[in-house]
Design a protein around this ligand. Structure first.
Ligand code: ADP
Ligand code: MG
Length: 124
């Protein structure tokens, strides 16, 4: 692991996993996302904080291909997403656990993330 001079581990620095730039999304008259940019490096864990209606779910649904942004660019591991479909995001490696009523409580977080895409055999 890289160590800064003060002994504190430095940022993962393995490259940009997710880059969202200038994202806009409105629902009718509601501007849910207004020029939102988000960059996540590989190995990083982030928390999005904000009040109800701040747009947290919307930005993640845009990343997941559920919502098509009105404007902006999304790259996953350097690859530009253009279709804005769940299939495209899934193929790029994006998975989403939803807040409400979409998890199977008897499964682990990892099992929920890989639901329907379980490794079924062979060598890994
Ligand atoms: N499918 C939708 N149709 C209409 N308005 C929506 C929809 N999804 C979100 N919104 C609106 O967009 C704004 C952001 O919502 P949301 O992303 O769910 O916020 P958060 O997750 O931060 O609570 C809110 O004003 C919400 O009412
Ligand atoms: Mg939400």
């Amino acid at each position: 692991m890289n160590q800064a001079a003060d002994g504190v581990p430095s940022a993962p620095g393995k490259g940009i996993a997710v880059s969202m730039t200038g994202i806009f999304k409105s629902f009718g008259g509601v501007q849910a996302l207004d020029d939102v940019s988000l960059e996540i490096e590989q190995g990083e864990v982030h928390a999005l904080l904000g009040g109800n209606g701040a747009g947290k779910s919307t930005i993640l649904k845009v990343l997941n291909g559920i919502h098509r942004p009105d404007a902006g660019t999304i790259k996953v591991a350097g690859k530009l997403l253009t279709a804005h479909t769940p299939e495209e995001s899934r193929a790029a490696g994006i998975a989403m656990n939803f807040q409400e009523m979409s998890l199977i409580p008897t499964l682990t977080v990892a099992q929920n993330v890989f639901l329907t895409r379980e490794i079924k055999g062979g060598r890994v």
